[in-house]
Design a binder for this molecule. Structure first.
Ligand SMILES: O=C(O)CC[C@@H](O)C(=O)O
Ligand SMILES: [Zn+2]
Length: 519
């Protein structure tokens, strides 16, 4: 197999026969996950509406006065805000509010707090755990019109912007200035930075630039009672008391509504290379990772993997083509540095070693932007390809990296023919597996075959049942598999202190005893 790969010094590393085949382009935003009617959340799941007030005509009139023309009430107009991107959960809100400023968010929440009206904050609605849509009739507070860039400092690389800025727009803005966002994800064309921070989204660059817990420097947040908390500092170092912003990062809108973000952005790398490689076993995927980490050092910026089933799905549903020979596993390695000659030499040496030792059996390298995007799309668009299969059961797991794929093989054995496909892919460099299971349609018995098995398996390995997607609505009752009882209790105490009436994104993130009964 090694003979099938041609390495030309100083040029791109290409397979001789298929390397230049044109692949379809990369989407700007996540496509729609189909048009089937979605079963209301309260019918599919055992959940009871909490005793919040019901929306009255006087409430709508109040909001109309507060922000004329930015209040949505029509059933058809509200519908897309009620359903998640996966088309797996559906609320029945009758009202969407689109504030433009922190002051407006403040007024909305003050009013809702007084009236005991529940609120579901929503960014780009690209979440994968049912966290961004209402469960019942919660008022939807959309950040869509809070989309202004407030400032960017070219010396420090610090960007300050409103919460509703779309990630891709921020990336484009920064790239013009010679910088990049420290995070990147498949949903970049739709997701909002506020939503990214609220879920502590990980994404494709975490290996290099770390998590939002490190790169977010400050936040402006409106609390449940409407008071605005201005922690929007732009300081790299600030040890004055508790780091309150960390409470809101990853709290999925249950403790406050993030309205603005200050974030540290890295310099745009001058040289980027992407290698897409085929491996014959998961053991080889791991060994390739160890080798590339040792040989590429500081220029390694991503190490992603996908199994052959994922490739089959992107080929079938999205008409993308694999640029390398069929293999049981594929890895995507990205390097980002400041000197193309140096980086290419390092990559070349690594690839020669990987080929010679049989770690990798086929591969291709891209150095120009267009080809890099094409290679990335094979990995980034797996989520989209999966939605074409029917219903998708999603698991986002952190595990010791050596055990990452065992969960996929064990699940395959367990489910046998009852699942259509069981696939594994993810951010191997971060120890993060995306286990996805597909079926023609939702089935409760299949769900019961998967859960709690998947969580028990993860807990036995001391992993996390949510690496980067959050707990949202779907996973909140499983938090105990990853957090001790005392920690959950403390979280509930924080929630009670910051939102005593529980109006902010109810039924999400934390388990609560009363709503285990049926609706
Ligand atoms: O769809 C998924 O399970 C993962 C989505 C996203 O986190 C990714 O890494 O592509
Ligand atoms: Zn991911």
């Amino acid at each position: 197999m090694a003979a099938a790969v041609v390495w030309r010094r100083g040029a791109a590393w290409l397979r001789s026969c298929r390397a230049n085949r044109e692949l379809p382009g990369v989407p700007r935003a996540r496509g729609c996950a189909g048009s089937r009617e979605v079963v209301p959340t309260c019918e599919r799941y055992a959940v009871r509406r909490l005793p919040f007030a019901r929306l009255a005509d006087g409430d709508v009139a109040f909001f109309e006065r507060l922000m004329p023309g930015r209040v949505i009430t029509g059933e058809e107009e509200v519908k897309p805000f009620n359903v998640d991107w996966l088309k797996s959960v559906r609320g029945c809100s009758q009202l969407v509010l689109k504030p433009q400023t922190t002051a407006e968010v403040s007024q909305i929440l003050r009013y809702c707090h007084e009236r005991n009206l529940a609120v579901s904050p929503q960014g780009g609605n690209t979440g994968l755990v049912g966290g961004s849509v209402p469960v019942f009739d919660e008022i939807i507070l959309s950040t869509a019109l809070m989309n202004q860039i407030i400032s960017f400092d070219k010396v420090s690389g610090i960007l300050v912007c409103q919460a509703g800025c779309v990630l891709e727009r921020l990336s484009e803005y920064l790239e013009e200035q010679g910088f990049i966002m420290p995070l990147d994800l498949g949903a970049k064309g739709s997701c909002h930075i506020g939503g990214n921070v609220a879920t502590n989204a990980g994404g494709l660059r975490l290996l290099r630039y770390g998590s939002l817990r490190g790169t977010v420097l400050g936040l402006q947040v409106v609390l449940a009672d409407g008071s605005a908390l201005d922690c929007l500092t732009s300081l790299r170092k600030d040890n004055t008391g508790y780091d309150l912003k960390q409470l809101f990062i990853g709290s999925e809108g249950t403790l406050g509504v993030i309205t603005a973000v200050s974030i540290l952005c890295p310099q745009r790398p001058k040289a980027v290379n992407v290698a897409f490689l085929g491996c014959q076993s998961f053991a080889k995927v791991l060994e390739t990772f160890t080798t590339c980490r040792a040989m590429l050092g500081e220029i390694l910026s991503a190490y992603e993997f996908m199994d052959e089933k994922c490739m089959e799905l992107v080929e079938t549903h999205l008409k993308l083509s694999s640029p390398v020979a069929d293999s049981p596993f594929y890895v995507l390695i990205e390097t980002s540095g400041s000197n193309s000659t140096h980086d290419e030499e390092k990559l070349h040496n690594f690839l020669e070693r990987a080929m010679a030792s049989g770690l990798v059996t086929d591969g291709t390298v891209a150095t120009d932007e267009k080809k890099i995007k094409v290679l990335w799309s094979l990995r980034e668009r797996i989520t989209e390809a999966l939605t074409h299969e029917g219903y998708v059961y999603k698991y986002d797991i952190s595990l010791p990296v050596g055990k990452l794929y065992d969960l996929v093989t064990d699940m395959r054995v367990r489910l046998g023919q009852s699942a259509k496909n069981v696939v594994g892919y993810g951010h191997l460099g971060d120890g993060n597996l995306h286990l996805n299971i597909t079926a023609e349609s939702y089935s409760h018995s299949l769900l019961e075959a998967i859960e709690p098995f998947v969580y028990e398996w993860t807990a036995r390995c001391s992993g996390s049942i949510s690496a980067e997607h959050g707990l949202g609505f779907k996973k909140r009752h499983f938090i105990h598999y990853s957090k001790p009882h005392e920690a959950v209790l403390l979280m509930q105490q924080f929630k009670a202190m910051l939102d005593p009436k529980g109006i902010l994104n109810p039924y999400k993130t934390l388990p609560s005893a009363p709503d285990r009964s049926t609706c």
